[in-house]
Design a protein around this ligand. Structure first.
Ligand code: SF4
Ligand code: SF4
Length: 72
């Protein structure tokens, strides 16, 4: 199991995982998410409400640096 999967053990799927090293804080994910999962904190995106995710992949497909992965 990957470290990311371990970290989120018990989290309801689907949910997004953000690679903070890649994230440029552009806010696109927060803008396109239909259920407002993301907030920007200190110039990085943070999945504040992962339980709300419906797995639409809008965030992952529109992130300009491919920083988001959806765990399903
Ligand atoms: S779309 Fe990508 S780069 Fe932009 S804030 Fe979201 S995770 Fe970061
Ligand atoms: S997959 Fe869709 S619902 Fe889930 S966080 Fe991304 S944009 Fe929001």
């Amino acid at each position: 199991m990957s470290p990311i999967a371990e970290e989120n053990k018990g989290q309801k799927k689907p949910y997004p995982v953000i690679d903070k090293d890649k994230c440029k804080g552009c806010g696109t994910c927060a803008s396109v998410c239909p259920v407002e999962v993301f907030v920007l904190e200190k110039g990085k995106s943070f999945a504040k409400k992962p339980d709300e995710c419906i797995g639409c992949h809008a965030c992952a497909s529109q992130c300009p640096v491919e920083a988001i992965k959806i765990i399903e």
